[in-house]
Design a protein around this ligand. Structure first.
Ligand code: ZN
Length: 137
């Protein structure tokens, strides 16, 4: 039996922001580095999976985002200390923390939702029949 297609890996699909069920349709309307990067499709353009499966579903992503931010700020502050050796100035650390939060906000917004849908929502498991939809007529 020959395969005419390769199913993309879970991690790669997540990084690419693909639908968790079919790994084909995009979750977001625009790439990460664009001004419209927050716009999300309501349903998967390929398999019609409704992304916001219940009202308030994406509030849970805030907790994921919170974990991201904590990890990033700890990393940024440790890196600042290693690079500058400064333990005197709270302003240095405050500026670094604010800059990091602002710069990484689009990343956190997008990937907190991706992590929520890929690894914290069992109903959104990958299903091959949706991946194959439209590929073999
Ligand atoms: Zn889909």
């Amino acid at each position: 039996m020959s395969t005419k297609y390769t199913i993309p890996g879970e991690f790669k699909s997540a990084v690419d922001g693909k639908c968790p069920r079919c790994r084909t349709g995009n979750m977001f309307k625009a790439p990460l580095l664009s001004f419209k990067s927050k716009k999300m499709h309501e349903q998967c353009p390929h398999c019609n999976l409704k992304y916001e499966k219940e009202p308030g579903y994406f509030y849970v992503a805030m907790y994921v985002s919170y974990a991201f931010v904590v990890a990033e700020l700890v990393t940024a502050c440790v890196a600042t200390y290693i690079l500058t050796g400064n333990l005197e100035s709270p302003w240095l650390y405050l500026s670094v923390a604010i800059a990091v939060s602002i710069i990484l906000a689009p990343f956190n917004y997008r990937y907190s939702r991706v992590v929520l849908m890929y690894w914290l929502t069992p109903q959104f498991k990958f299903q091959e029949k949706y991946f194959l939809k439209g590929k073999e007529a």
